[in-house]
Design a protein around this ligand. Structure first.
Ligand code: AKG
Length: 370
């Protein structure tokens, strides 16, 4: 924990670098050749996209009417098993609010640097305006800035740590903080519905996974990623390959600029965002709870020289101090428990210290056990 008191080197805002007009990126953003993206995708990869699933009519009130035999639930089950990623449309979150949030955050990142500096973060909680993940001195960095804030549990919700700017009033919202609160409320509701669908698909009672996450006391936080234009996008990444440490991620991507790539075997598939959809992915805690029936899949972000990109990643996590272990109902003689129990507080220290490192954390737990 001592390591997480302060950043090991002076923080450089990637957006300032980008806006300085440099032609070559500094060495510390240059990835080793094996990690660099191939920016021309094969004709085959162009036709591949993660599954797109329509949730219309799936819920009547809080209930899934047809249970696990529902065709939409089956599609979700397939996507969780085969991709770890899918997009959802007709998900119940107000599309106007989604677009407004994206625009407000774009405005935030275009504020003068002094206004953003008021919210500069430290690795202790990561809350606020940041430019790196991980505290290892000399690490190769990613080409992005971000803003991280807590929504749940309520005791961690501190509006002073949310940006008050941009002040613009839109559609009845008095400012950025009100928008964040309403957006988060709606995304938490959608997450709760997804948790029910995943529980049913795993053959468990509807409220099972939610109870494992701590019932009402879950953790939820938002990371808004800002990827400035990059003069040498073939040498770097906006966000290095990683799997998400938490439970579920609900990503609102940029509507115009693709960038998210999902691992598929030895290839990377670039996701084509569908209008007003959320991209959902399974995190490591869900992999552990499901005893690897569902997999958290590696993903990364590529950048480009022509357009900036913004994305909002909402992380729905277990309560941070309860042990998460493979669900006994999903442990059999053929499929023994693959992971030891660990709290999410213990688990997320790895990424907070080392930064994004593929699937190394969850894989190392598995090998320690076998
Ligand atoms: O920007 C994106 O599309 C993905 C962001 C992401 O993977 C993350 O924030 O963990």
């Amino acid at each position: 924990m001592k390591d997480l008191q302060s950043w090991p080197e002076p923080v450089v805002r990637v957006q300032s670098l980008s806006e300085s007009g440099l032609r070559a990126i500094p060495d510390r953003y240059v990835k080793p050749p094996s990690d660099r993206p191939l920016l021309v995708s094969s004709p085959l990869a162009k036709d591949v996209n993660i599954p797109v699933i329509d949730l219309k009519g799936l819920f009547v009130g809080a209930k899934v009417p047809n249970g696990p035999d529902d065709p939409t639930l089956r599609q979700i089950n397939e996507a969780c098993r085969n991709w770890g990623f899918f997009q959802v449309v007709n998900h119940g979150v107000d599309p106007k609010l989604m677009r407004m949030m994206r625009e407000s955050w774009r405005e935030f990142f275009h504020l003068p640097v002094e206004s953003k500096q008021l919210y500069a973060n430290s690795p202790c909680t990561y809350e606020g305006y940041g430019s790196r993940l991980g505290v290892e001195k000399g690490a190769v960095l990613d080409w992005s800035d971000y803003y991280f804030l807590h929504y749940m549990p309520e005791c961690l919700r501190n509006h002073e740590k949310w940006p008050a700017l941009p002040p613009s009033c839109r559609n009845g919202f008095r400012g950025c903080r009100e928008q964040i609160a309403e957006y988060s409320k709606q995304v938490v509701e959608l997450s709760g519905r997804l948790m029910k669908m995943l529980s049913l698909n795993l053959g468990l009672p509807e409220d099972f996974l939610q109870r494992c996450f701590g019932g009402e006391d879950i953790g939820a936080c938002l990371r808004v990623n800002f990827y400035p234009k990059c003069p040498q996008p073939d040498l770097t990444l906006g966000l290095s390959s990683h799997s998400d440490p938490g439970g579920l991620t609900l990503l609102l991507p940029d509507e115009n600029v693709p960038g998210l790539q999902v691992r598929r075997g030895d290839n990377w598939v670039t996701v084509n965002p569908v209008s007003d959809a959320f991209i959902i992915n399974i995190g490591d805690q869900m992999q552990v709870l499901s005893n690897a029936i569902y997999k958290s899949v590696e993903h990364r972000v590529i950048v480009n020289s022509a357009q900036e990109r913004v994305s909002l990643a909402f992380f729905y996590n277990p309560k941070s101090d309860i042990p998460i272990a493979p669900t006994p109902e999903l442990v059999t003689e053929d499929r023994p428990a693959l992971y030891p129990a660990m709290t999410f507080d213990e688990y997320r220290l790895y990424i907070r210290t080392k930064g994004p490192r593929g699937k190394s954390q969850v894989e190392s737990l598995k090998s320690a056990r076998q």
